[in-house]
Design a protein around this ligand. Sequence first.
Ligand code: VGL
Ligand code: ZN
Length: 205
Amino acid sequence: MKALLLIDIQNDFVPGGRLAVPDGDAIIPLVNALQSRFDLVVASQDWHPAGHQSFASSHAGKAPFDQIDLHGLPQTLWPDHCVQETPGVALHPALDTRQVEAIFRKGMAPDIDSYSAFFDNGHRKATGLADYLRGRGVTDVYLAGLAGDYCVYFSALDALAMGFATYVVTDATRAINADGFRTALADLQRNGARLLESSVLLDSP
Ligand code: VGL
Ligand code: ZN
């Protein structure tokens, strides 16, 4: 069983949003077309309370993209983004969600960030996604979404660690930082992930 994992395709991560990923909305037609090729489609949603400690605004004298130690974990500070009950937290309106069977939210605990759709950044708490996928008989996980160098990357690493055959659809993701994305993809390949372009899936019968 093959699952497509749509990572954080939310208003705040596309141009005009509060943590815009360059060209982030360009992936939406692709991920919409990809969905029919999968047995199961699942989405993740970054879902922070106001005042989340990953926000620079929560730390006096800090600016977005500063690095701090947050309760023992390295933390990049972000602009306020994906705050619960704001327009930016919603899945992008152009994303076709008819085939999305479940949405896994992450980043709710105020004192720890959560890039991966599987675990928080300290690997302290699981979202339940791995058990859900296993319960549905999923063996292969394909990742698309935003951002390629953060939430897609860390979700793919955890998918590998959880024993799923893991694929990243490289043209169905965009990154915050191009260099970081190259490093992330190389690291994923080293760990056993396979990279492919959406055409490989869309052109197969
Ligand atoms: C993300 C930074 C902070 C992401 C989420 O979805 O890649 N990046 N929160
Ligand atoms: Zn976030």
